[in-house]
Ligand binder design. Structure first.
Ligand code: GLA
Length: 341
């Protein structure tokens, strides 16, 4: 028997920056996905309580994006990248909400990769699973989700430089809680919309060079006003990652609040990936006692809002809230060991 567990992630700040080699500050969380199975045969066959139909993926699968049911595409992406010599029959269990912006797909990929025998560094695991995600979904995603899941450090967020792939753990203050609030709005990471934003960033880079190295004054060279706003989001968001990381270290509430507010504003107005539902939720949260700051988290177009709150602060009861803690990264579990949650 093999068992592997991989966490989801919440991104504290630094959204839509990873695909141009920028800075991100995600945190692996104590919600995740467990794959349990027995090696054998020539397919990877997994049943999930969350899904009606099983994933049955031949070891020689060639086009993960054409596999049904749709959730099996992520399994197929991993099989196509890892190419395990032997199959696996087992189950998938998850405590993550599916498709809500907490990287349920990355957690599935990373747990499947470990369960089918991938062995290597956290960075290699993340690279493999990022390629699996791209092949499965067609979305030209960055490495943040898979790397956060693979390299999580308990009690810490991860400041990741997506150019050098250096991961620096940033201790979370003990008196600040991280809440994830579900907007209830579901939108699959729309391949076309995400790719369109990524293309706009590439077009800007063709004119002014790597956005990772750019400053706001460089944006004047961009003549297309939409492209300029997209690039301005990325350049200013990269700076906010270090602002929030410093504020977490010093405990400076005012800076935490400002960085998160500016990030949400920038994602809403410059990158245009927010929705009315997300905007209203953020406004409501920041007006709530004990909330330090709130912003949409992940790709946008629905999903979740992340809030930093004073320890034990209560949110209105009508909201769907997860109080999450920073978790270690993915791992294989010994037989008989319980998954972390
Ligand atoms: C998705 C992608 C990530 C990242 C975020 C936005 O989660 O998979 O690579 O781009 O969106 O920050």
């Amino acid at each position: 028997m093999v068992r592997a567990w991989a966490p989801g992630r919440v991104n504290l700040i630094g959204d839509h920056t990873d695909h141009t080699g920028g800075l991100v500050l995600p945190m692996a969380i104590d919600l995740g996905t467990t794959v349990t199975g027995r090696a054998g045969g020539d397919v990877v066959e997994l049943r999930s309580l969350a899904e009606a139909d099983p994933a049955v993926v031949p070891l020689d699968v060639t086009d993960p994006s054409a596999v049904y049911p749709r959730w099996a595409r992520y399994v197929a992406g991993v099989v196509a990248e890892v190419r395990p010599p032997i199959g696996l029959v087992g189950t998938v269990e998850t405590t993550l909400p599916i498709g809500a912006g907490l990287s349920s797909s990355a957690a599935l990929e990373v747990a499947v990769a470990l369960a089918v025998g991938f062995r290597g560094t956290a960075l290699d695991l993340a690279r493999t699973c990022r390629r699996a995600e791209q092949r499965a979904s067609g979305v030209p995603c960055g490495i943040m989700d898979q790397l956060a899941s693979a390299a999580g450090v308990g009690g810490h967020a991860l400041r990741i430089d997506c150019t050098t792939l250096e991961v620096r753990p940033v201790a979370m203050p003990g008196d600040v809680d991280v809440l994830v609030v579900d907007s209830g709005q579901r939108r699959e990471l729309a391949a076309s919309a995400y790719a369109e934003r990524a293309d706009a960033c590439q077009a800007a880079q063709a004119v002014i060079g790597p956005l990772r190295d750019a400053v706001v004054a460089d944006l004047d060279a961009l003549t297309d006003p939409v492209g300029r706003r997209r690039a301005r989001h990325v350049v200013t968001e990269n700076a906010r990652v270090d602002e929030l990381a410093s504020a977490l270290t010093s405990g400076d509430r005012r800076s935490m609040s400002a960085a998160m507010a500016e990030s949400h504003r920038s994602l809403r107005d410059d990158f245009e990936v927010s929705t009315d539902v997300l905007d209203a939720l953020v406004e409501r949260l920041v007006a709530t006692d004990g909330v330090i700051g709130a912003r949409l988290t992940g790709a946008g177009w629905g999903g979740c809002v992340v809030a930093l709150v004073e320890q034990a602060a209560a949110l209105p009861h009508d909201l769907a809230v997860w109080r999450v803690t920073a978790s270690d990264g993915a791992r294989t579990l010994d037989e008989g060991t319980d998954a972390p949650q």
